[in-house]
Design a protein around this ligand. Structure first.
Ligand code: 5GP
Length: 213
């Protein structure tokens, strides 16, 4: 049976393991399309243009906003980040679940624009684990880490806006939980209108056919 794609937003504190969960989902399953964001942040070692992000300058980013080319965007710790529209809409039309790994301001824009989007918030089991993961990653300076930890205080205020929380204690478990939640979202009646209408029609016909049994 053909099914509609779900727009899946994955947010969470920096260092919560969103990237690892998304990577695991993409490697294990073929059902998902991952949106590649545009950003004005400089590439980190090992990041690839067009795979990690589309790396652009501020002028290009602002031009894309003006052209209506982004479905959401935000300024995060001094850089722009945004989701290109064309890819997301094409994949949803093709029935794929599209994953956006974005921060909370962008997630709230998506919630307003696409009320049926599924919003997941990834969190570590506690704040200590978060700081240890950020420091252990070794990709940011202490100044950036402290900025991101301070930001987490504000982000934590918005958790109730999300549909589900995924606690990233062990990565395998977090991937399985995320998969299960997306699977459950597909089972909501409002996403299965055609199935429901078909069933009702069949039941009506059957009751007419067997009226005189
Ligand atoms: P990072 O610099 O660590 O790659 O990303 C910083 C934050 O920006 C992360 O929370 C990440 O999820 C978020 N982010 C990445 N792409 C987008 C996007 O397209 N839109 C928004 N709103 N946030 C994004």
């Amino acid at each position: 049976m053909e099914r509609e794609g779900i727009l899946v937003v994955i947010s969470g504190f920096a260092g919560a393991g969103k990237g690892t969960i998304v990577k695991g989902l993409m490697e294990k399953y073929e059902d998902y399309a991952l949106s590649v964001s545009m950003t004005t942040r400089a590439p980190r070692p090992g990041e690839t243009e067009g795979i990690s992000y589309f790396f652009v300058d501020k002028e290009k980013f602002e031009q894309t906003i003006a052209e209506g080319g982004l479905i959401e965007y935000a300024n995060y710790c001094g850089n722009y980040y945004g989701t290109p529209k064309a890819y997301v809409e094409a994949q949803l039309r093709a029935g794929k679940d599209v994953i956006l790994e974005i921060e909370i301001q962008g997630a709230m824009q998506i919630k307003r624009m696409y009320p049926t989007a599924l919003l997941l918030f990834i969190t570590p089991p506690d704040a200590d684990t978060l700081r240890r993961r950020l420091v252990g990653r070794g990709t940011e300076t202490m100044e950036v880490i402290n900025k991101r930890m301070a930001r987490a205080v504000n982000e934590a205020e918005g958790i109730e806006e999300y549909d589900y929380i995924i606690v990233n204690d062990t990565i395998e478990r977090a991937i399985a939980d995320t998969r299960a939640v997306i699977g459950a979202a597909h089972a909501r009646p409002f996403r299965n209108g055609r199935l429901i209408q078909g069933l009702r029609e069949e039941l009506r016909l059957m009751s007419i056919q067997h009226r005189n049994d």
